[in-house]
Ligand binder design. Structure first.
Ligand SMILES: NC(=O)c1ccc[n+]([C@@H]2O[C@H](COP(=O)([O-])OP(=O)(O)OC[C@H]3O[C@@H](n4cnc5c(N)ncnc54)[C@H](OP(=O)(O)O)[C@@H]3O)[C@@H](O)[C@H]2O)c1
Length: 315
């Protein structure tokens, strides 16, 4: 459906998606689940890319209960493990000719310090390096679709973030959960914007675009490891959610607009419109100046290729 001037962008603007293949990471919970639910009514084939098969099965069953005709498939991926990302990509590539839309949505917030089997700090691993590697490994399938899109999910938290190229994985200094999350969220923007520049340089038809959901009531604040999982912490987040959060059907709109607004050219950042950009209908709103620094993004891209071993083939 084409949006009229000054009309709010809603999920009614999503076209029919017959013949489209869509991958959604973190599709079993929160924003990823809601996106899966909404898109499944538009006739695409959706791959729910989830780390926990049981949770994904439950999520899939609840959608099928409402609409038994939808085309959903679960494929296992743990984005904090490069071996799992490679395995997912290999399976996907063996099975599908093309990929139309990749929602790099999964994420973890405010977790305690964990160094993964690849030597990465957990937030950087799951939120950035995993998606960086996944996108790179699926590039040839994205190139085979007509105007494919890669949607990266950041956060208002990116404004506090900074990627220290000499200490990306917290090898040195004190660990801080809030900063670790914020750093991974500015990393998502460096990735999205640098990918956009590289795609345009190589005259690719693939579009890279970013979004954030404002403050949306999901499992992120309570079950995602946020601060800690104590009763006090969960009560605190539930209390804060009452005042600041929006419902998940609104929180998904920036991601969905990034994926389906026909005017998107690449390099945009969609954000909720109202109250400190924490809630409301999606609009384009520039991210922080630091996140738009080309030199930082280029250098971080090189570090990401080196550490993941995934070299992008764009020409
Ligand atoms: N909600 C907000 O207010 C808000 C604000 C700003 C940005 N965001 C961003 O929105 C995205 C989605 O978050 P949400 O709010 O929907 O939270 P959520 O309900 O906690 O969902 C997060 C999803 O990511 C998955 N995940 C976490 N680590 C993973 C890993 N290593 N491998 C594969 N999947 C993994 C989770 O799987 P499990 O179920 O197995 O844990 C879950 O499916 C995140 O990138 C987050 O940073 C959210």
């Amino acid at each position: 459906m084409v949006k009229k001037k000054n009309e709010k962008w809603t999920s009614d603007c999503i076209p029919d998606l017959k013949e489209k293949t869509i991958v959604i990471t973190g599709a079993n919970s929160g924003l990823g689940f809601e996106i899966t639910k909404i898109l499944s009514t538009k006739n695409p084939h959706i791959i729910m890319a989830c780390r926990n098969f049981e949770k994904a099965e439950k999520a899939k069953a609840s959608i099928l209960k409402e609409n038994p005709e939808v085309s959903l498939e679960i494929m296992q991926i743990d984005l904090s493990k490069l071996a799992s990302v490679k395995n997912f990509s290999k399976q996907f590539s063996g099975k599908f000719d093309k990929l139309d839309i990749l929602f790099n949505n999964a994420g973890v917030m405010f977790a305690p310090k964990v160094i993964t089997e690849d030597g990465f700090e957990l937030h950087m691993a799951a939120n950035h390096f995993g998606h960086f590697a996944l996108t790179g490994l699926l590039m040839d399938k994205l190139a085979k679709a007509e105007n494919a899109r890669v949607i990266s999910i950041s956060s208002m938290g990116h404004r506090f973030g900074k990627v220290n190229l000499k200490n990306v994985n917290y090898e040195k200094g004190l660990y801080n959960r809030i900063m670790a999350y914020s750093n991974s969220k500015i990393a998502n923007l460096y990735f999205s914007y640098e990918l956009d520049r590289k795609l345009k340089e190589s005259k690719s038809s693939i579009i890279s675009v970013a979004a954030h959901p404002g403050w949306t009531r999901t499992n992120l604040q309570t079950a995602g490891g946020a601060i800690d999982n104590s009763k006090g912490s969960i009560r605190f987040w539930n209390f804060m959610n009452i005042f600041f959060s929006q419902e998940v059907d609104m929180g998904v709109l920036p991601q969905l607009r990034a994926a389906f607004d026909p005017n998107v050219k690449g390099g945009e950042y969609f954000s909720p419109e109202k109250f400190l950009h924490l809630r409301g209908y999606p609009i384009i709103k520039p991210s922080s100046r630091r996140s738009r620094n080309k030199k930082n993004a280029q250098q971080f891209w090189e570090v990401s290729e080196e550490l993941t071993g995934v070299k992008y083939k764009l020409k």
